[in-house]
Design a protein around this ligand. Structure first.
Ligand code: PLP
Length: 413
């Protein structure tokens, strides 16, 4: 464990990584290093050691660290005003909502601060809309095993991982789970529940659940069932959105249009912001007072998000994601041919998962530790999948360098 210290405030207080366990709640297990600064796809810790960042702050740092144009957007707004709350609106918030509407299916946008908050808003809206339109019994929500939708009480119960929702007392009702990518199970659920269903929520790629892409057949079946039964289709694009799949949003790849889409993580390039996108008709159920957030639509967050979208939503950036995805997959396959550690390499764009094979079962965390030791930051998705989510503006040579570090790390496993 590093004992490096740093003087954060110039007041003589020396902060070390060891202090973390003494002052923080124990619900995370961060790596033993303490980052000091970042630039592009690189980070340096308090010992001066350099790391290539294939983790991207869990699919957030979409333009890397300390991007000059994002710093400018942030500081320009910071010099005007930081916060107003919702009794006033602000130009960056209106600009951001306008850009999201112009670039997607959406006609109305609700702004918040984190992924869980916009999923919470989406689920509440789906219930409210269904009750408004079709009566008080239309409240059933379908979600999928292994799904992850956030940590508020409603979203964590809608998520399909009991390890996150068990042990907190009674759960809200009207929530069912079925196997992911099982179109037959979706049809059967709708046959059983009929017109009581208000919404289906699905990730186009299950991120936390193991980087598992949804099949086109699966999401198209959900769309058809929702249409037949007047239910809403909610796409949770919190991990897959903002260019990560090679499209601005992944629904564009799957030939379906959701009724509600949630986006967060990469939207602020590292500044906390999230958005729920929907149609004018559905949004009409969110009348004044039905929902809200003190910080949602924060002008600094919105100014940064506008710049992120401007830089990401270009043909060059999005086609670059596809090219880099192929480069990464080819490199990972070559590593696997040498060391035979993975069973499967999958994902979309620059959200990739490498599933450990039977011989290395559940040892993804060891790969992560070995990579960190070698100067490469990666992620896991559960015990058996190594997850990669680098900045989308990573260069070809940085990808090659990162793959070489991974090769070396796995060699020493
Ligand atoms: N939904 C998905 C698909 C996610 O990947 C996450 C976070 O990992 C969330 C929701 C929750 O987002 P947040 O942690 O910002 O609340």
């Amino acid at each position: 464990m590093t004992t490096a210290s740093m003087n954060t405030s110039g007041e003589g207080i020396s902060i070390t990584r060891d202090m973390y366990e003494q002052v923080m709640t124990p619900n995370y297990a961060p790596m033993a290093i303490l980052p000091e600064r970042g630039q592009g796809c690189r980070l340096w810790d308090t010992d001066g050691k350099e790391y290539l960042d294939f983790a991207g702050g869990i699919a957030v740092s979409v333009l890397g660290h300390a991007h000059p144009e994002l710093i400018k957007a942030l500081t320009d707004q910071a010099n005007k005003f930081w916060h107003l709350s919702n009794f006033l609106t602000n130009k960056p918030a209106i600009q951001l909502a306008k850009t999201l509407c112009e670039s997607t299916f959406a006609e109305r946008v609700f702004l918040a601060n984190s992924g869980a908050e916009v999923n919470e808003a989406a689920l509440k809206l789906a219930r409210r809309y269904a009750i408004d339109k079709h009566g008080k019994n239309k409240i059933e929500i379908l979600a999928f095993d292994n799904a992850f939708h956030g940590r508020t009480w409603f979203t964590v119960c809608v998520g399909g991982q009991p390890k996150y929702s068990d042990g907190f007392g009674p759960k809200p009702g009207g929530i069912s789970h079925r196997p992911f990518n099982d179109a037959t199970a979706v049809k059967k659920y709708f046959t059983e529940q009929g017109d009581k269903v208000c919404a289906v929520i699905v990730e186009p790629v299950q991120g936390e659940g193991g980087v598992t892409p949804a099949t086109a057949e699966f999401v198209q079946t959900i769309r058809e069932c929702c249409d037949t039964h007047n239910a809403l289709m909610i796409f949770d694009e919190i991990q897959t959105g903002v260019g990560r799949s090679g499209k601005l949003y992944t629904y564009e790849k799957l030939a379906v249009t959701p009724d509600i889409l949630t986006t967060a993580k990469a939207l602020g390039g590292g500044f906390p912001i999230s958005a729920m996108l929907t149609t004018e008709e559905i949004a009409s159920s969110l009348v004044v007072g039905t929902h809200g957030s003190t910080f949602g639509g924060n002008p600094m967050a919105c100014a940064v998000a506008c710049k992120v979208l401007e830089l990401i939503n270009t043909p060059e950036m999005l086609s670059g994601v596809e090219t880099k995805s192929h480069q990464m997959i080819d490199g990972l396959k070559a590593i696997n041919q040498k060391h035979n550690v993975f069973d499967d390499i999958r994902g979309v764009g620059l959200l990739l998962g490498c599933e450990m094979n039977a011989h290395y079962k559940d040892r993804a965390r060891e790969v992560l530790s070995a990579c960190t030791e070698n100067g490469l930051l990666v992620l896991v998705a559960g015990a058996n999948v190594v997850r990669l989510a680098p900045p989308l503006n990573i260069s070809e040579s940085e990808i090659n360098q990162g793959l070489a570090l991974m090769d070396n790390a796995i060699q020493h496993l």
